[in-house]
Design a protein around this ligand. Structure first.
Ligand code: HEC
Length: 256
């Protein structure tokens, strides 16, 4: 199903020093055509007019976190080094001549297309880019301080020392994969899913094996039609990384 698209779509890019407003027409002068073999949102191969992200945001590797803000307020925090890395980030641009299909006509929030702007990756495997790093319906790109600087309540305390390094690595996994939907101790940009520490930590009320199973494949633990949480397979989160994430959740369970 084709959807009606806005004729004027302004993209705001704030690199921390200045804010630029790009019109679609200005962006389109710098695009190439790219083919994405396994598009995460449309679940098939797609061809887009797209601008390489380094043209919009040169030297992204120097930024800790770059936020992609959707029209409905959805925020994805993506590490600058991922944007500048081997994953090959592009911003795909929907045009009135070539409108994109609806994301999912059966889903109340997904009746629209992924436009006007959509972050796609030419080589997601090489960059270890997860499925939640494909924000769509983007209208703003903001360079911001790291999530754990803006929300210190998500940081694990240094004690107990032995597991602290693992807890820190787990926080990085949490920031990358989970904070797009969840908060921790009330800190974070999104609240699509429940807070993962308030009032209780899931590491307290789930046995560890079930918690791991839930993160790998939520529907294998509890299943219903409108569930929104995606699963994280080993390509997205290795066994070691999942272990670190659980240690992080356990640390935080003592810091409510
Ligand atoms: C795209 C959004 C999204 C992402 C990404 C996401 N979750 Fe969720 N999560 C949800 C939603 C929404 C729920 C509520 C159940 C549902 O609708 O699936 C949930 C439920 C949960 C629950 C069950 C809580 C309970 O008490 O029922 C846990 C635990 C959880 N998520 C952990 C995680 C972890 C850990 C990550 C990162 C590896 C993560 N989630 C990533 C959206 C997300």
């Amino acid at each position: 199903m084709q959807t009606a698209i806005a004729q004027v779509a302004v993209l705001e890019v704030n690199n921390g020093a200045a804010t630029l407003q790009w019109t679609r027409a200005a962006l389109l002068t710098q695009t190439t055509e790219i083919r994405i073999e396994q598009d995460v949102t449309y679940r098939r191969a797609m061809t887009y007019r797209a601008i390489a992200l380094n043209k919009l945001l040169p030297h992204a590797e120097q930024y800790g976190t770059v936020q992609f803000v959707a029209a409905d307020g959805f925020v994805a925090n993506i590490a600058g080094k991922d944007l500048a890395g081997a994953g090959q980030a592009y911003l795909a641009i929907e045009t009135p001549e070539q409108a994109w299909p609806a994301i999912d006509t059966d889903h109340p929030q997904k009746k629209l297309s992924a436009g006007p702007y959509y972050l796609v990756w030419g080589n997601p495997k090489a960059g270890k880019i997860g499925s939640e790093q494909w924000p769509y319906q983007v209208v703003k790109i903001n360079v911001v301080r790291a999530l754990s600087e803006r929300f210190p309540q998500i940081r694990p305390a240094a004690l107990p020392r032995a597991s602290y390094p693992a807890a820190l690595r787990g926080m990085a996994m949490y920031t990358k994969h989970c904070s797009v939907c969840h908060q921790m101790n009330g800190g974070g940009d999104a609240a699509i899913g429940p807070d993962l520490n308030l009032p209780y930590s899931p590491s307290d009320y789930f046995q560890e094996a079930f918690l791991k199973k839930l993160i790998r494949q939520p529907q294998s633990v509890r299943s219903w039609k409108n569930a929104q949480m995606p699963g994280f397979d080993r390509a997205a989160l290795s066994d070691q990384e999942l272990g670190d994430l659980i240690i992080y959740l356990r640390h935080m369970a003592k810091q409510q």
